[in-house]
Design a protein around this ligand. Structure first.
Ligand code: FNR
Length: 191
């Protein structure tokens, strides 16, 4: 019997029509049955300051708890000005603190993103890699996934309309499953 892993996905965009949220919904549909995807929202987090460290607001405590409750994290991020959106960096800063209570430590993660541009969030993803490296999150190195968004790529039901992109994204989610299982075999959550 195979283990079911909970994966929290964090969408880096706050936009209502976010193409990255569309991608996240598509990935949830393409994921193997061993992965159960849930969104971990970031939109209500205030701007982080270490003044909060002594007494985190309820929304930030809930955010950290949501990360604690999942086996792995999938970042689905846009690229804003060749980096990750400020809202996503702010969320990561909240989760990484207070000092000694970094929510990302030993928590496996994957990164993916889409943009209409030809390089499909590649620069933002590289930036995010260095942030997560510092946060001690075991990060899936391959597959990399830089998705160039075309209108109609994902339909209203979250289905990917291009067969080769659908196959690629299915393989990405299979790899994420294998990666999370490997990391948690070596670094069990309760150890
Ligand atoms: C962008 N966009 C963009 N695209 C890109 O490929 N590289 C970039 O550096 C930027 N920079 C950028 C800055 C800002 C402030 C905005 C609002 C947009 C375009 C971006 O890829 C496009 O708006 C996507 O729709 C963003 O993804 P979400 O927010 O719809 O998920």
């Amino acid at each position: 019997m195979s283990t079911i892993y909970k994966v929290g996905y964090i969408v880096g965009s706050l936009a209502k029509a976010s193409i990255n949220r569309q991608l996240a919904h598509a990935l949830a549909k393409l994921a193997p049955p061993q992965l159960q995807l849930v969104e971990i929202p970031i939109k209500d987090l205030p701007l982080y300051s270490y003044d909060y460290d002594a007494d985190y607001p309820a929304v930030a405590r809930a955010f950290k708890q949501a990360i604690a409750d999942v086996d792995g994290i999938l970042f689905v991020t846009p690229e804003y000005n060749r980096s990750i959106p400020g809202a996503l960096k702010n969320a990561i800063d909240w989760a990484s603190r207070p000092w000694g209570k970094n929510s990302f430590a030993r928590k496996p993660s994957g990164i993916i993103g889409t943009s209409p541009g030809a390089i499909g969030t590649a620069v933002a993803q590289q930036n995010l890699r260095s942030v997560l490296c510092f946060c001690n999150s075991p990060l899936m190195n391959t597959m990399e996934a830089y998705i160039q968004f075309q209108p109609g790529l994902i339909d209203a039901d979250g289905a990917v309309t291009n067969a080769s992109t659908a196959e690629f994204l299915t393989n990405y989610m299979k790899e994420l499953h294998i990666f999370i299982e490997r990391v948690l075999t070596v670094l069990p959550r309760d150890a």
